[in-house]
Design a protein around this ligand. Structure first.
Ligand SMILES: O=C([O-])CC(=O)C(=O)O
Ligand SMILES: [Mg+2]
Length: 632
């Protein structure tokens, strides 16, 4: 068993990439600094030493000189100071098999088994990665219960990361509903009971004042994307507290599988300020803080400390994706931190971008320009107002009309009824732009009758609200009513695909946030598209990272929408879908990334210069491949 264990003080070096470290002469009164002495692959004794020379690696000189990268002050520490004894080791033998980043299971070759002390630790057969995928898919299909599949996949992610991603990439349409919506919702509800190994970073009120130190416990240093939730509005399932961790974990596995970000560059975070979910507070298996949610100043201070620590630890260009925060925090966090950080709210901006893409694509079937259509939303929260605003922005750009005018074609209904001028004073700030002059009506079925929308969008998080009456009314004045039931998971969908097609006699252009199986209606088969932000955020994030963008701009969201809409083919339309199939998602993500990056360069927000000539090719070349690496 090899061990290259030594005490090291590393800055900016990915701990999982084994590097031969060498202590540089210590400056007077300062601790020494470790630097990596080799680029490429080197051999030392029997150990395989891999070093990937990365642009993110810090120049040893800047670390010695106490530059900005000396986040923890280790290089500046004098002998009296306490510092962290990072230990680097090269996995081999038994520990190699238990290292998810390097384990290949039965795919280790004979040569590798000899070189890495694996003889006898594996049965004699050697399998290819393809055969491993085939076997695993066969096994997964034996499970009838989706949650069992989810657990099996999480076990795989924790034991053989490359195989997990190979499986997911090669079988994306079949496995997306397992690692992601809707099954991930059930997993979060039961997270405490199914909890085996922790994933992601938990930052609770207990860590107040020490968040930077807590971040230091995470084994990776070169983080590019963080998905963070506070668990208060997990999908349409409400407050799940710390158990919301399943969402950042799931979203980031899509960042890798769909968008090609390296797994080691992704950090899932759950901020735990308590939960108001009584059931969880009483649940003996609950994993989070057992207290009511902190709010106001206490909440704001913890978030502020977190946001500062991220920037201090990972720099200016790490993308922070806010996910499943409740309305009352989501808008204000986005507004506050979009001025100082690279932030993106998936529920406001990602969902808006994917829905705009679907609407733009649908108009190719229905006809007319955006401004010829009338939109009615059920739900005026993050998704509803986010989508409405992006549609209005696109209308405004297309017609050079002030955005305030364009908003007038868009109506929203919340839990109290239609949003109208008469309610203005009592409305939350994010609803105010949608308060137009009209008589108040109480609910969606009345609103559909008076507004006569051509596009009906559900984003309320409440299931079964597009009743037969609502859908039939839509079909009574629209030849092809566009109906989008966005709420997740499936149980919260405003109506099912089958209901939409049946109640409109096969005339609906339908899409939903959660997946539905194809529907047969009077001899015709309809394959509804999935209007889920999973189409956008992986490519969007890749575009930001590869261009070194420092801020998100609305024009980038429009660029992502256009890129997605342009991928919908005649064949997709004929099947009833306004989105391309997920099986092409890596190609789609590369296109989205390229167009987002192009916009970043155009707006002067990109910092990776010079701009690559062919951004699509560049995006593809940046993508992580899950194929096993050869070990010498
Ligand atoms: O996670 C999903 O499937 C889409 C989403 O962001 C949400 O519903 O909050
Ligand atoms: Mg979400």
């Amino acid at each position: 068993m090899l061990s290259l264990s030594r005490t090291a003080f590393l800055e900016g070096v990915d701990q999982r990439r084994f590097c031969r470290a060498q202590r540089a002469p210590a400056a007077k009164g300062k601790a020494g600094v470790v630097r990596c002495v080799a680029a490429g692959e080197r051999k030392t004794r029997n150990a395989e030493i891999l070093i990937e020379k990365s642009a993110d690696m810090v120049d040893p000189k800047s670390a010695v000189s106490g530059g900005v990268k000396d986040v923890y002050g280790e290089d500046r520490a004098t002998e009296e100071h306490h510092i962290t004894p990072w230990s680097l080791s090269v996995a081999s033998g038994y520990s190699l098999l238990r290292d998810p980043h390097h384990n290949k299971g039965l795919a280790f070759t004979e040569k590798e088994r000899d070189a890495h002390y694996l003889r006898g630790l594996l049965p004699p057969t050697c399998l290819s990665q393809e055969l491993q995928v085939k076997k695993l898919m066969h096994n997964l299909r034996q499970y009838q219960v989706p949650l069992q599949r989810y657990m099996a996949l999480m076990d795989l992610q924790e034991s053989n990361e490359r195989l997990f991603y190979k499986l997911l990439i090669d079988n994306v349409e079949e496995l997306l509903p397992v690692v992601y919506t809707p099954t991930v919702g059930e997993a979060c509800q039961k997270y405490g009971s199914i909890f085996r190994r922790p994933q992601g970073l938990y930052i609770s009120l207990k860590e107040k004042g020490k968040i930077l130190e807590v971040m230091k416990n995470w084994p990776e240093k070169a983080i590019q994307v963080i998905v963070v939730t506070d668990g208060e509005r997990i999908l349409g399932l409400g407050d799940l507290g710390s158990q919301g961790m399943g969402i950042p974990v799931g979203k980031l596995s899509l960042y890798t599988a769909l968008g090609g970000l390296r797994p080691s560059a992704c950090l899932p975070v759950t901020i735990d300020v308590g939960t108001n979910n009584e059931k969880l507070l009483k649940d003996e298996f609950y994993i989070g803080l057992r207290q009511k949610r902190a709010s106001g100043q206490e909440y704001a201070e913890l978030m502020e400390e977190f946001m500062r620590a991220v920037k201090q630890n990972y720099g200016e260009k790490v993308l922070i994706q806010f996910e499943d925060f409740a309305n009352h925090n989501a808008f204000s966090l986005l507004e506050k931190y979009s001025k100082t950080h690279l932030v993106f709210n998936d529920d406001i901006q990602g969902t808006a971008s994917v829905v705009l893409a679907g609407v733009v694509a649908a108009l190719k079937v229905v006809g007319g320009k955006l401004t010829d259509h009338t939109f009615l939303f059920l739900g005026a929260g993050e998704a509803g107002t986010g989508i409405a605003e992006l549609i209005a922005l696109e209308m405004s750009k297309q017609t050079s009309t002030p955005i305030a005018e364009c908003r007038k074609r868009i109506w929203l209904v919340d839990s109290k009824g239609l949003i109208v001028k008469a309610r203005f004073e009592t409305l939350q700030h994010f609803k105010k732009p949608w308060a137009h002059e009209r008589e108040f009506v109480r609910d969606i079925s009345e609103a559909v009758k008076v507004i006569k929308p051509t596009v009906l969008i559900g984003s309320s998080g409440v299931g079964r609200t597009f009743t037969k009456e609502v859908v039939e009314t839509m079909a009574s004045f629209n030849e092809k009513p566009i109906i989008l039931a966005l709420s997740n998971p499936t149980s919260q969908s405003e109506c099912t695909a089958e209901e939409a097609y049946t109640w409109t006699k096969g005339r609906a252009i339908f899409a939903s946030g959660s997946p539905f199986n194809p529907v047969e209606y009077e001899g015709k088969s309809f394959t509804p598209g999935q209007a889920n932000n999973a189409y956008i955020f992986p490519g969007f994030g890749l575009g930001l990272i590869m261009s070194g963008a420092i801020r998100v701009h609305d024009d980038m969201l429009l660029a992502a929408s256009e890129a997605l809409a342009s991928q919908v083919t005649q064949e997709n339309f004929e099947k009833g879908s306004i989105y391309p199939p997920f099986k092409n998602i890596r190609k789609i993500s590369a296109q989205i990334a390229a167009d987002v990056a192009a916009k970043a360069y155009e707006l002067g927000l990109a910092s990776h210069l010079p701009r690559p000539q062919n951004l699509v090719k560049y995006a593809e070349s940046c993508m992580y491949s899950p194929i096993y690496r050869q070990y010498r």
